[in-house]
Design a protein. Structure first.
Ligand code: BGC
Length: 376
């Protein structure tokens, strides 16, 4: 058993032992239990899974991982007896749709936990305060929710690390393709309303900015700030349009590489590039979507970042189980993610970079993606 007794006091420890029958043990490395300093995240009395309602609010269906993880959490929780409502908020007015979805969930008197991957991490303050006032625990899924006290836990891949891996893999690909440089590169970032996008960007730029400063990387468009290169809504079409415009800077030069923040945006960029250059530029990605893994195996997209939706969903279900048992969910980071009100108790998972060379190894336990690697 992985849960630990909270430092919040003997009473809680006794409760943990009584309710969950769990011994405090140092099972998984690097993890520790939340302390009492994290307001709102101490263990409550617990609840009966069979007499409870869990709401899962996902942002959109257009990236595979939201579908895989949403369905896995629903299936796994239902198998344990919880009643689950899974909602997506696709469409142009995604934020309002998500607020409406959450409000409907909160109206259910049996609601115990909300799992929320925010469309816009700045806009859920009011609706989540309503949830908190009814004693509902809130787990932010993948994207941090800002400016609210009413979030208890956060389960995510290490977002800064994702960016660092993207930046480093772009450099590795460039070095392999055109040893020594200098390299002409264009930069893309994710959606400004997604709290993760800035983390990815900062991580990637920690690798790329020194190269830009030294002149080893040249950005002919001179578009190098987050606001200049962001892609609202993570839209592949918007990215394709911007890349098409950027090609105007390359009428007599080779584009060597593009920083792409995720696979969807990457495919938009690749579509715009088409056959413009004799050598296809090094283009990054994120999410290990099957369509992009195919492109990687074909030698077109250079890299992606694997963030197993299964592992992330499993970890979140474990948190719900802990809350039901009246225990404090295990977290392994209490300092990295501040939502402008407090440091949020976080369980960080480790992302992995994927290229053609290591794809089979990275996807060894992922049947579907392994099949893609093997030509399926
Ligand atoms: C997720 C990425 C995803 C993007 C667009 C981000 O918050 O972390 O995995 O590609 O949203 O859906």
């Amino acid at each position: 058993m992985k849960n630990r007794i909270a430092k919040t006091g003997a009473a809680l420890g006794v409760l943990t032992l009584l309710v969950g029958g769990v011994a405090a043990c140092g099972s998984s490395s690097g993890s520790r239990t939340a302390t009492s300093s994290a307001a709102g995240s101490s263990a409550a009395a617990g609840f009966d899974p069979k007499d409870s309602f869990i709401g899962i609010a996902m942002p959109e269906r257009s990236s595979d991982n939201w579908i895989i993880s949403g369905e896995k959490m629903k299936t796994d929780l239902e198998a344990k007896g919880y009643t689950v409502n899974l909602q997506y908020s696709d469409g142009t007015n995604g934020t309002q749709t998500q607020i409406n979805n959450l409000q409907t969930m909160i109206n259910n008197p049996k609601l115990k936990v909300l799992i929320v991957a925010a469309v816009d991490g700045e806009k859920l303050n009011q609706v989540l305060s309503d949830a908190a006032s009814k004693g509902v625990k809130v787990i932010a899924y993948d994207r941090l929710i800002n400016n609210t006290e009413a979030i208890d836990y956060y389960v995510t891949y290490d977002n800064k690390k994702v960016g660092e891996l993207q930046g480093q893999s772009l450099l590795d690909g460039l070095e392999a393709q055109k040893p020594g440089g200098p390299w002409n590169v264009e930069l893309f970032a994710g959606s400004p309303d997604d709290n993760n996008a800035k983390f990815f960007w900062d991580g990637a730029m920690s690798k790329l900015q020194p190269m830009i400063d030294s002149g080893k990387i040249v950005v002919p468009s001179k578009q190098t700030t987050f606001n200049q290169v962001a892609t609202p809504g993570w839209s592949a079409e918007t990215a394709q349009r911007r890349m098409t415009t950027l090609l105007g800077f390359y009428t007599s030069a080779q584009l060597d590489g593009v920083l792409a923040p995720n696979d969807k945006v990457s495919r938009g960029i690749q579509a715009a590039i088409g056959t413009t250059f004799p050598t296809f530029p090094v283009v990054t990605g994120q999410d290990a979507e099957a369509d992009s893994v195919k492109l990687i195996m074909q030698g077109k997209q250079y890299s992606t970042i694997y963030k197993s939706a299964f592992d992330q969903a499993e970890r979140t279900v474990m948190m719900v189980d802990s809350l039901a048992a009246g225990e404090t969910p295990e977290v392994n980071d209490t300092t990295s993610y501040n939502n402008k009100i407090k440091n949020v108790d976080t369980y960080l998972l480790t992302p992995k970079v994927v290229t053609k060379e290591n794809a089979a190894e990275v996807f060894a336990n992922d049947e579907k993606l392994l099949a893609v690697v093997n030509g399926g």
